[in-house]
Design a protein around this ligand. Structure first.
Ligand SMILES: [Zn+2]
Length: 57
């Protein structure tokens, strides 16, 4: 069996891969709950905890 030349690693892309959790936006919609019954009062954008708001992994 002939030795195969190892494939060259792909060059680093200038644009990092977008975060999967927030799709690169850096923010995720979070549901706001208040009170003991956890009544939902609305939704707001929160910082993505997966990429810490950077939008990239
Ligand atoms: Zn993210």
């Amino acid at each position: 069996m002939a030795r195969k030349t190892p494939a060259k690693p792909a060059p680093a892309e200038p644009v990092p891969a977008p975060c999967e959790a927030c799709k690169g936006t850096g923010t995720v919609a979070v549901t706001v709950r208040v009170g003991r019954r956890h009544r939902v009062v609305g939704r707001q954008d929160g910082m993505c905890l997966n990429c810490f708001g950077s939008g990239t992994t």
